[in-house]
Design a protein around this ligand. Structure first.
Ligand code: PMP
Length: 439
């Protein structure tokens, strides 16, 4: 009985129960983009395990890799010993990286969540530079452990245990541009601001061990970093000898229309953080970095669950499939078409304040349609309305998650394998849900 399960869960689990709170469904079966609840209802899933299911649920390629490993008699738990499975995964991962970066890259498996790999990245650059400061960005999200939390823009406030206080630099956010501008001009000013802050001897910015950035802010409200701005961050961090950490946890594996989002800009990072989709639906995380940063003493970053063989097998098969089937290109093309359709809906539905995204990482900012717009045309965020849209969407068989500064951005992270018909249905249901909630 789904109601009984939901009731027991609500009584026993912590008050946080993050996803279960907002999505009162009891999934029992799933295939591709479709999730079936215990009540027999079917949903189109645009959450995709918070962006970790590049191929959707139970893709045959991932399942086959998992079954083959289970049937092979290979050990499932090997700590982080060398195995053929790990070798195959690492080879496939390195082949997918920007060439200049891969040539001399090292990998440290972390585990098993994205936040663990962020911690490792922060620890690595602090060890390598001997400095402790950190440059992070407004609205960022890097995870929920102490260091990652501190690197996040707004989350650290009020959530216990953030370690350290980074300098927060402005991340370009066109719709609510703090500079009174949008587009390339705003990105240029954000870069200049950053540069002058770092160059100011009396600015109070302590020497930083690293700069950590998401190529597209996901939890922060689906904000693609302009390519030119990212190149500026690369130039500025290099000029100050500060390693650039690119967090590709959510943007990686084809999601944004390139295999790695950093490839859009041509920026070569010093450190890359990978997780989510690299595990082919199972938990896996790693930090990949330039060889010269490899200053760790043996045993400097240990941990029991860093060699998940099933995740590596599923992950290697997934990475290969994304590469061979050119799914990044498909995500780019389909994302472009969906964005065009969302822009058309945006003209019809005033509650859609802004639509944006890159590839199949799309966001719709829900605003108060009755309120006055500011001089640049932005209306106040409407988190209550956004939550109502999410519920209306769920009633219509569509799973979407919220994010953004005010929890007012609908986030679409469909699998890269979504069909054109499914994309059409998503847009229809989304438009109906916005209409119903704001009527
Ligand atoms: N970095 C980014 C960019 C993320 O989007 C997330 C998760 N949403 C994380 C890190 C943390 O990953 P995890 O939830 O697996 O700890």
């Amino acid at each position: 009985d789904p109601e009984a399960i939901l009731g027991r869960q609500a009584a026993r689990e912590s008050a946080a129960r993050t996803y279960a709170r907002s999505l009162p469904i009891v999934p029992v079966r799933a295939q591709g983009m479709t999730v079936e609840g215990a009540d027999g209802r079917r949903y189109l899933d645009c959450l995709s395990g918070a962006g970790s299911l590049a191929l959707g649920h139970n893709h045959p390629v991932a399942l086959q890799a998992i079954r083959e490993l289970l049937d092979s008699g290979a050990p499932l738990h090997v700590l982080d010993l060398a195995t053929p499975v790990k070798d195959a995964f690492t080879t496939e991962l390195f082949a997918s990286l920007p060439e200049e970066f891969a040539r001399d890259a090292r990998i440290q498996f972390c585990g098993p969540a994205g936040t663990d790999a962020v911690e490792a990245a922060l620890k690595l650059v602090r060890t390598a530079t001997g400095r402790s400061g950190l440059l992070a960005f407004t609205g960022a999200y890097h995870g929920m452990t102490a260091g990652a939390l501190a690197a996040g823009g707004d989350r650290a406030a009020g959530l216990g245990g953030a370690a350290g206080r980074p300098v927060r630099l402005p991340f370009p956010y066109d719709y609510r541009c703090p500079f009174g501008l949008g587009g390339p001009e705003a990105a240029r000013i954000a870069a200049r601001w950053t540069e002058s802050l770092l160059a100011d001897p009396k600015g109070g910015v302590e020497p930083a061990a690293g700069m950590i950035v998401e190529p597209v802010q996901g939890e922060g409200g689906v904000l693609p970093a302009p390519d030119g701005w990212l190149r500026e961050m690369r130039r500025i961090s290099a000029a100050h000898g500060i390693p650039l950490i690119v967090d590709e946890v959510q943007t990686g594996v084809g999601r944004t229309g390139a295999f790695w989002a950093v490839q859009h800009s041509g920026v070569v990072p010093d450190v890359m953080v990978v997780s989510k989709a690299v595990g082919g639906s199972l938990p896996l995380a790693a930090v990949v970095y330039r060889g010269e940063l490899d200053v760790w003493a043996p045993g400097a970053h240990a941990g029991t669950f860093r060699g998940n063989q099933l995740a590596m097998a599923a992950g290697a098969a997934t990475l290969r499939f994304v590469r061979e089937e050119r799914l990044a290109e498909r995500a780019a093309a389909l994302g472009e078409r969906m964005l065009a359709r969302l822009r058309a809906l945006h003209c019809l539905l005033p509650a859609m304040g802004d639509v944006r995204g890159r590839g199949l990482m799309l966001g719709v900012e829900i605003v108060d349609p009755e309120a006055d717009a500011d001089p640049l045309g932005a209306r106040p965020a409407a988190p209550g309305l956004a939550a109502a849209v999410r519920q209306e969407a769920l009633r219509r068989g569509l799973i979407v998650e919220l994010g953004g500064r005010h929890d007012s951005v609908l986030r679409l992270l469909p699998p890269l394998t979504m069909t054109d018909e499914q994309a059409e249905t998503v847009l229809e249901r989304l438009g109906e849900a916005v209409h119903a909630a704001s009527a």
